[in-house]
Design a protein around this ligand. Structure first.
Ligand code: G3P
Length: 221
């Protein structure tokens, strides 16, 4: 499964990029609003840091405006993927942008039927929001499973991007289901690596090695 970070923080992106396992970035207007500086400049710097798909979202709500913004975003850098909300105008815009060869990430997906329509419109990625469904007592992961099952029957050139992942188990469940991509905040990404037994085990190895070094030094005296 490809790992994307769901952030517009250049600090976090530089830190995570150094680990060499981040395949792409998803941003949205809320994430960009948390950062200071010009959003387009931030997007370009993200693209120059991670050589993978970088989602930048349109804010127009009519198809014409979405297409105009999408073309502009895509012109900023070859890595930009145009993020479009899953509404009727978004489907129209996706059809046009996809026909021009631009990659669209259809976002704010909360049902398998929305994902099916997004794929038919030509979206390159669909983003079901797992955590936000869980928030309203609806099992978000089941939507991801349904979308994967539907896409398995057909040849849509569309990847399932599990989004709004809130904890490591969301990531594991998405990977077990075969989601193509999981996007997550830095806190979840960091938690994927951390294990207390790794830290305890490493401490013990290093302490034991220190003992070997002292014994060797003593035997040379
Ligand atoms: O990628 C979607 C993500 O930004 C939404 O996450 O945690 O705000 O539901 P969350």
């Amino acid at each position: 499964m490809k790992i994307f970070l769901d952030t517009a923080s250049l600090k976090e992106i530089h830190e995570a990029a150094a680990l060499g396992v981040v395949d792409g970035i998803t941003t949205n207007p809320s994430l960009l609003a948390k950062e200071s500086g010009d959003p387009e400049g931030i997007l370009v710097e993200i693209c120059n840091t991670i050589d993978g798909p970088i989602s930048g979202e349109v804010v127009a709500t009519d198809a014409e405006g979405m297409v105009r913004e999408g073309r502009h975003l895509a012109s900023l850098h070859k890595n930009i993927v145009v993020k479009v909300p899953c509404i009727a105008e978004g489907l129209k815009a996706t059809k046009i942008l996809a026909a021009e060869g631009r990659r669209v990430n259809m976002t704010l997906i909360f049902s398998p039927s929305q994902a099916l329509l997004a794929a038919k419109a030509g979206a390159r990625y669909v983003s079901p929001f797992v955590g936000r469904l869980d928030d309203i007592s609806t099992p978000g992961m089941e939507i991801v499973a349904d979308i994967i099952q539907i896409f398995d029957h057909y040849d849509y050139d569309c990847e399932v991007l599990a989004a709004s992942l809130r904890h490591p188990m969301h990531v594991i469940e998405a990977a077990k289901m075969g989601a193509d991509i999981g996007t997550m905040p830095m806190s979840v990404f960091t938690a994927l690596l951390k294990h207390p037994l790794t830290d305890i085990g490493l401490r013990r190895f290093l302490d034991d090695w220190e003992k070997v070094k002292s014994q060797m030094a003593a035997s040379r005296r």
